[in-house]
Design a protein around this ligand. Structure first.
Ligand code: FAD
Ligand code: UDP
Length: 365
């Protein structure tokens, strides 16, 4: 009997496997997909451009411990992500900042002027329960409609008022000209890509990786001391209480030959135009030099691979029912964005996986 089975070779599964192997455990990792890395997997496309098949992944964190841990498996390329949103045919910085407000309304406000303008423009809300509360409370109805309501309807198939506050709270509002999408202390891309980083994590002799293999297949034929499950929690329990909604996407990849640059920044958001939410041009993220350029458009959809938990009270209540079952499941740990049904960024998944292994090793040294 092997010590551990890890279901899923994404951030959650790979970090757990690496840590357990480093502590002398024998680990089998399975993933139903034909590759490691989960949604953070990257690869060189048929034109020679490094792309992210599951949409743009930009690493950012404030946690020194997490960047230090991952630095054992990769060098980094400094990269600060910038995003523009197309509104009424023109491009403006998002998060909304001083530049956005001055350009959109023909103003020349300084930082204090922006603060005063927002104070009279916003619609104070208390408490901030929904994403609509968050956006109206910070920027008021016009900016809400121009930048948030349409994008959110497309991305989630829901109105801002139907989503928990945390979704829109990911996007701040700024009085200054800072046009970076993230302000974290550490903002880097793995120098040779995510997949290379995962390969090094999983290269430990105590780890065996089997790809194209489903949990259902191994659980029927082999036994393990402990299972770490990083797939959707409702699937683990056979959808006993009903399906937990996960939002999916269809990715449309495109390569433009002999094109130095398609758009001025890594991502352009389309809050009110088109069926896709955003276009990302990978060369900005990776810094790769190439005669052509590769892009991805994201089309949100209800069906398909689970990509996003949908944060709203009814779903959180359903998740709690599954979580209660998970707590009773002997010798099994549920960790990651799908298993914990949390809108986690990559660094938060790394943090959750490190904590999960600490707990396991404390109980089973
Ligand atoms: P996953 O990466 O989903 O891995 C789970 C794995 O388990 C999958 O590979 C799946 O195939 C496998 N699996 C599931 N069930 C089974 C089964 N029964 N048997 C076998 N295998 C199974 N985060 C950031 O920090 N920055 C970003 O810029 C960013 N951009 C994103 C863009 C998009 C479009 C998406 C969808 C996510 C983005 N994220 C970003 C979030 C990031 O992808 C996740 O936080 C992280 O990849 C989650 O890792 P995970 O291991 O929990 O899950
Ligand atoms: N959002 C929006 N307009 C934008 C950018 C974001 O309405 O131009 C809202 C939308 O609801 C989105 C959420 O903020 O789903 C979080 O955005 P983020 O860019 O963090 O989403 P992710 O990269 O995780 O898809």
């Amino acid at each position: 009997m092997r010590d551990f089975l890890v279901v899923g070779a994404g951030f959650a599964g790979s970090v757990c496997a690496e840590r357990l192997a480093a502590h002398g455990k024998r680990v089998l990792v399975v993933d139903r997909r034909p590759h490691i890395g989960g949604n953070a997997y990257d690869r060189v496309d048929e034109h020679g451009v490094l792309i992210h098949p599951y949409g743009p992944h930009i690493f950012h964190t404030n946690a020194k411990r997490i960047i230090a841990y991952l630095s054992r498996f990769t060098d980094w390329r400094f990269y600060e992500h910038r995003v523009l949103a197309q509104v009424e045919g023109k491009l403006y910085p998002i998060p909304i900042n001083r530049t956005t407000i001055n350009a959109l309304y023909g103003l020349a406000l300084d930082e204090d002027g922006v603060a005063a303008w927002l104070e009279k423009t916003r619609t104070p809300r208390d408490p901030l329960k929904t994403s609509e509360d968050v956006v109206l409370n910070s920027v008021g109805p016009d900016l809400c409609d121009k930048f948030f309501r349409g994008y959110t309807r497309k991305q989630w198939g829901l109105d801002l008022s139907e989503l928990s506050a945390g979704v829109a709270a990911r996007i701040p509002t700024r009085n200054n000209d800072d046009d970076r999408y993230f302000t974290d202390t550490f903002q880097f891309m793995p120098a040779e890509g995510y997949t290379k980083m995962f390969e090094r994590m999983l290269a430990h002799p105590g780890i065996e990786v089997r790809l194209g293999v489903d949990f259902e297949d191994v659980k029927a034929t082999e036994s393990f001391g402990h299972v770490i499950y990083t797939g959707p929690i409702d699937a683990y329990f056979g959808y006993r209480f009903g399906k937990l909604p996960y939002r999916s996407l269809r990715f449309e990849h495109q390569h433009l030959p002999d094109t130095a640059q398609y758009q001025p920044v890594g991502t352009v958001n389309y809050p009110n135009d088109h069926d896709y939410t955003r276009i990302t041009e990978f060369r900005h993220l990776t810094g790769q030099q190439h005669s052509g350029t590769s892009l991805v458009r994201e089309y949100p959809q209800a069906e398909g691979d689970p990509y996003y938990p949908v944060p709203r009270p009814a779903n959180e209540a359903l998740f709690k029912q599954y979580e209660a079952l998970a707590k009773q499941e002997a010798n099994t740990t549920f960790v990651g964005r799908l298993a914990q049904y949390r809108y986690y960024n990559m660094d938060q998944v790394v943090g959750a996986a490190l904590a999960a292994v600490d707990d396991i090793l404390a109980a089973k040294p």
